[in-house]
Design a binder for this molecule. Sequence first.
Ligand SMILES: [Fe+2]
Length: 206
Amino acid sequence: MAKKGFVRQLRSRRVSPEPHLKEHASEIQQYGTVLHMVPLDLEEPARLEMTEQLNQLLADTMTLRDLYKKAHWQIAGPTFYQLHLLFDKHFDEQVELVDTIAERIQILGGVSIAMAHDVARTTGIERPPRGREEPSAQISRLLDAHHIIISETRRMARLASRLGDDGTNDLLVSDVLRTNEMHVWFISAHLVDVPLAATRSSRIAA
Ligand SMILES: [Fe+2]
């Protein structure tokens, strides 16, 4: 009897070229948890704390990434060309940060946030209007987002260091902080009101 059942089971597992469509299964790991067995010499509570913090940073970085693409598409005015290119360069660099942060969460045994609905519910960055804004308003909005990310990155880097998570500390300081500081420098310079071809004093004297 047992042998017949085994043969039936083997037949039912026969290899087929047909794709298995619409497969469903329960999650293999829930969001907000970390794996128990990760040979990183980092205690589970430390990894849990850091993955929670990194998911907040990930949601904010994904939002800033998308703000840059929105600005890239919707920019108008005499500085269109240079800002169009600059916004896309920063978008590409934020894309790299998103991947680096998400994979750090997975390395620590956690689950990275991924989808737009979850990002929208998690981010601390204010939602922009759907319509177009002037360049100065676009840049101010981007600078506000950078400010949120930079201050949480500094706080998280100190926490990672306290918890002994040197890898996350390095990622936060070397990648996230440095990139965001550079972006702030490049875009904030566009909000300085200086004449292009003559100093103010020479114009007043004339
Ligand atoms: Fe483009």
